[in-house]
Design a protein around this ligand. Structure first.
Ligand SMILES: Nc1ncnc2c1ncn2[C@@H]1O[C@H](COP(=O)(O)OP(=O)(O)OP(=O)(O)O)[C@@H](O)[C@H]1O
Ligand SMILES: [Mg+2]
Length: 401
């Protein structure tokens, strides 16, 4: 079994030496990094991702406790132990509330360190066990911009966490100009580029640190920081990323770009549900019709594709019921039109639930999440074909209009 990698952030050299010796005695713990500075410790964690960090509270516990709080927030899988020469109950409580998993009192006892190492092993094992490759991918797609795909992706993800207790990630696949981080008002240190590069080789704990957790509980995998970075991500990367996330989350909601490039098609093909977003106006419906027709030609036109009307007005000139006949596709869901509510939430970097909890548009995302978790019984699906999707798309004969 691999030994647990441990970092000690502590000014007391004698305490460090003592823990180092105990680690060797226990055998299952390896003190690989030692520093007396919190700043250096954080840099080590960012670079090497140890499994355990022992943080000395020292003479200025407040600063160390703030450090623990930041570590617990940014590195959810890091096992944090607070270390102090005082076993003051108030201090213990503050450290635990900040996110420390346990508290060690100097001089550290072998039995306590051993117990902590065992807990890390157990947590690791539980994480590995808990998630078979069962996460469901929900792609939100529209072949036309501005229809509301990001609004739907973000608020649906929130509803899946909030009302169904699911572990949810949102992936921004709009690689050159994604909006997801702005909608959530987060500023992540990592992006899909980092996950793409590491998906094959890194473990669960490391990959988790590449996503940022929003206060709603939704994890976000951001678009790359620079427009030109998008080119470094291939369709193969998208496949690796989504497969990896499937093993970590219950639902992966993907905000997709509006064009059919190979990366988008890979995501669509891997999806369990494709929410095809349209507006109830003729130009948009015509585009949706073309899109459904393409899905048909490339073998994607099956029960996975769910038509979602965005910005829906009940008294619209085009009745909703007539759409099913025109498009030969049932309307799965209609998101009410409420521009003031939606734009206010976007401009504030908040979720609709936070800015307009009582509006119909907000409530609709709860209903949509119910349907995603317990979908209506699907109709018979056409058989899936074997050739690659991209290949099929570009080798399909052009249809006469
Ligand atoms: N249900 C809604 N009611 C009213 N306005 C909405 C609704 N959903 C989205 N909008 C508005 O539509 C515009 C586009 O929304 P959004 O950014 O979600 O769409 P998108 O398809 O992701 O756009 P883009 O092509 O820029 O990625 C925004 O101004 C947004 O406020
Ligand atoms: Mg968008």
């Amino acid at each position: 079994m691999n030994r647990i990698s441990c970092l000690i952030i502590e000014t007391d050299q004698e305490a460090i030496r003592h823990i180092d010796i105990l680690g060797r005695t226990i055998g299952s713990l390896e003190v690989r990094w030692k520093t007396n500075s919190l700043e250096t410790g954080i840099a080590i964690i960012r670079k090497h991702l140890p499994e355990m960090a022992i943080v000395g509270l020292g003479q200025v516990p407040t600063a160390s406790i703030e450090g623990i709080s930041a570590l617990a927030r940014d590195y959810p899988s890091l096992y944090i132990l607070a270390l102090s020469d005082k076993s003051d109950s108030d201090l213990i409580l503050r450290a635990m509330r900040a996110g420390a998993h346990d508290f060690l009192c100097k001089p550290v006892k072998e039995i306590d360190l051993r117990a902590a190492a065992e807990k890390v092993y157990k947590l690791k094992a539980a994480r590995m066990e808990k998630r078979p490759d069962s996460g469901r991918i929900v792609a939100v797609f529209s072949n036309k911009g501005g229809n509301g795909t990001t609004t739907i992706a973000v608020n649906l993800a929130d509803a899946l966490v909030r009302y169904h207790g699911k572990k949810v990630a949102v992936v921004d696949l709009v690689l050159s100009h994604g909006d997801v981080t702005m909608f959530f008002n987060v500023n992540p240190s990592y992006s899909i580029l980092d996950l793409a590069k590491n998906a094959q080789k890194a473990d669960y704990d490391f990959l988790h640190t590449l996503l940022v957790k929003h206060s709603s509980g939704v994890y976000i995998l951001a678009d790359p920081p620079m427009i030109e970075d998008a080119e470094q991500i291939s369709a193969g990367h998208v496949k690796d990323v989504l497969n990896t996330l499937r093993s970590m989350f219950d639902y992966i909601v993907v905000d997709t770009p509006h064009q059919f490039d190979e990366r988008t098609l890979t995501a669509l093909e891997m999806s369990d549900t494709i929410l095809l977003v349209s507006l109830l106006n003729l130009p948009s419906l015509r585009n949706t019709q073309k899109c459904l027709s393409l899905f048909g030609r490339i073998g994607l036109r099956d029960e996975r594709v769910r038509l979602v009307l965005s910005r829906y007005l009940a008294n619209d000139e085009i009745p909703k019921d007539s759409i099913e006949g025109i498009l030969n596709c049932p309307v799965f869901f209609a998101v009410p039109n409420d521009y003031p509510a939606v734009i206010a939430s976007v401009n504030r970097g908040k979720l609709l639930r936070e800015t307009s909890p009582d509006k119909e548009v907000t409530k609709s995302f709860r209903e949509m999440s119910d349907l995603i978790v317990s979908p209506p019984v699907p109709q018979d699906a056409p058989e899936s074909k074997k050739r690659g999707l991209f290949e099929r798309m570009f080798t399909s004969p052009r249809r006469a209009k």
